[in-house]
Write a protein that binds this ligand. Structure first.
Ligand code: NAD
Length: 359
C-alpha cells in the first residue's frame, strides 16, 4: 500500500472551444477592474485585440515578455502595472508570458488570469523563475499561481506543428516525472497517465493537420493535466538535466525537454517499474517496447529533434561539464544520484547528444 498526502491548489479552470468569450465575466468574478494584458512582442496585435474586446476592463498592453523572465523585463512590467494602477494581469501566451505575470505577482501581488497558447503548463503551477546576471532563480510561492485559467484551443491553432510537438513533449515530461515523484499521489498519477495519453494521441494528428480542432482540444486537455502534475509534485533527474542544459548552454526549452526525456526515463526505468508500465500504457505500446524507446519514437516519428547536437553549438566536452553540474547538486531522483553516478550521467548525456535511441 502506498501512503500519500494529497492537497489541491486553488485555481479555477474554464476549458472549451470559444472559452475566451468568458474572459470579461471571469475577470469580474475576481473583482478586478483594471487589467494589464501581457504578451510576447510577436503577439502584440493579439494582446491588443483582446484588450480592445475587454473595453474599460483593460488599462494597457505590455508586449515585452521574453524567454526566462529577465529581471529587467520583470521590473519594467511591474513599473507599467503600477503606473497604470492595474489590479490584475492577463497573460496571453506560453510559459514566457505566464512567467512574466508571475514575476509581477511576486513583486506587487497582482492576481493572474492566464490564457495559455502552448502546452508548457506554467499556468497550473506556483513555480516562478527570474533571470538576473545570467542565473535563473526559481522558487515556489502561492501568490504566483494563476487564479483563473482559460483554455481555448482556438488560440493554439497558430502554434506551428514543430513547436506543438516539442511543447507537447515538454508537457509529457512533467507527467512522466510526476509518475515517480517522491511526493506523488494517486490523483496525480491518474492525471499524469491521462495527460500523456491525450498528448500522445493528439500530437501525430496535429502534425498531419495543424488546424484539427479536435486534436488541438485533446492536446490542450493533456497540457492542463500535465501542468497540474508539475504544479503538485516534485520533479526529478529529467528536469534537473534540462535546467542545467538550458541555463548553462542557453538551449531552447521545449526542444531540450524533447531530446532529454527518453534518456532520463531510460536511466530511471529499473527504479520506477510502475511508472514505466503507466507510460507504456499511455503511449499504447506493449512490454516489448520500453517507455523510453516509445517516447523517443513519439518525438522522432513526429519530426522533432532527437539529438542535443541539433539544438546549438554544443560539444561532447560540454556534456562532461553538464554531468558535473548534475551530480554536484542533484534533485531527488528514484535512482539515487551522487558522484559515483557521474559516468552513467555522462553516458546518458552523450546518448542524448548523439540522438541514440534508448533500449
Ligand atoms: P514561450 O512562451 O517562450 O513561447 C515560444 C514561442 O512561441 C514564443 O515566441 C511565443 O510568442 C510563441 N507562441 C506562443 N504561443 C503561440 C501560438 N499559439 N501560436 C504561435 N506562436 C506562439 O515558450 P513555452 O515553451 O511556452 O515556455 C517556456 C518558458 O516557460 C521557459 O522559460 C520555461 O522555463 C517556462 N516554464 C515555466 C514553468 C513553471 O511552472 N514556472 C512551466 C513550464 C515552462
Amino acid at each position: 500500500m502506498k501512503e500519500f498526502v494529497y492537497s489541491s491548489l486553488p485555481s479555477r479552470v474554464v476549458f472549451g472551444r470559444g472559452a475566451l468569450a468568458n474572459l470579461g465575466p471571469e475577470i469580474e468574478l475576481l473583482g478586478a477592474t483594471r487589467v494589464l494584458v501581457l504578451s510576447t512582442p510577436g503577439h502584440r496585435s493579439q494582446a491588443q485585440a483582446i484588450a480592445d474586446d475587454l473595453g474599460r476592463l483593460a488599462v494597457g498592453v505590455f508586449a515585452g515578455a521574453v524567454m526566462h523572465v529577465p529581471a529587467d523585463t520583470a521590473r519594467a512590467a511591474s513599473d507599467e502595472a503600477c503606473r497604470l494602477n492595474a489590479d490584475c494581469t492577463l497573460a496571453v501566451g506560453g510559459g514566457s508570458t505566464v512567467g512574466l505575470a508571475k514575476a509581477i505577482a511576486l513583486d506587487c501581488g497582482l492576481p493572474i488570469v492566464a490564457v495559455p497558447t502552448t502546452y508548457a503548463g506554467s499556468e497550473m503551477t506556483p513555480i516562478y523563475g527570474i533571470t538576473a546576471a545570467g542565473a535563473k532563480k526559481t522558487g515556489r510561492d502561492a501568490r504566483v499561481l494563476p487564479r483563473t485559467v482559460i483554455y481555448d484551443p482556438d488560440l493554439t491553432l497558430g502554434l506551428p506543428a514543430g513547436l506543438s510537438i516539442t511543447s507537447g513533449m515538454n508537457a509529457i515530461a512533467h507527467a512522466a516525472e510526476g509518475l515517480y515523484a517522491r511526493d506523488g499521489n494517486p490523483i496525480m498519477s491518474l492525471m499524469a497517465e491521462e495527460g500523456i495519453r491525450a498528448l500522445a494521441h493528439s500530437l501525430p494528428a496535429i502534425r498531419r493537420r495543424p488546424g484539427d480542432i479536435e486534436a488541438r482540444g485533446d492536446a490542450l486537455y493533456g497540457a492542463w493535466l500535465c501542468g497540474t502534475v508539475l504544479g503538485n509534485v516534485g520533479m526529478a533527474l529529467h528536469h534537473k538535466l534540462c535546467h542545467v542544459l538550458g541555463g548553462t548552454f542557453n538551449l531552447p526549452h521545449a526542444e531540450t525537454h524533447t531530446v532529454v526525456l527518453p534518456h532520463a526515463i531510460a536511466f530511471n526505468a529499473q527504479s520506477a517499474p510502475d511508472a514505466m508500465r503507466r507510460i507504456q500504457r499511455a503511449l499504447g505500446v506493449d512490454a516489448s517496447t520500453s517507455a523510453a524507446a516509445a517516447l523517443f519514437d513519439l518525438a522522432r516519428d513526429n519530426g522533432a529533434p532527437v539529438a542535443l547536437q541539433e539544438l546549438g553549438a554544443l560539444t561532447e566536452a560540454d556534456m562532461a561539464k553538464a554531468a558535473d553540474l548534475v551530480v554536484n547538486a542533484p534533485y531527488w531522483n528514484p535512482r539515487q544520484i551522487d558522484a559515483t553516478q557521474r559516468a552513467d550521467i555522462l553516458g546518458l548525456l552523450l546518448d542524448a547528444y548523439h540522438g541514440n535511441r534508448p533500449k
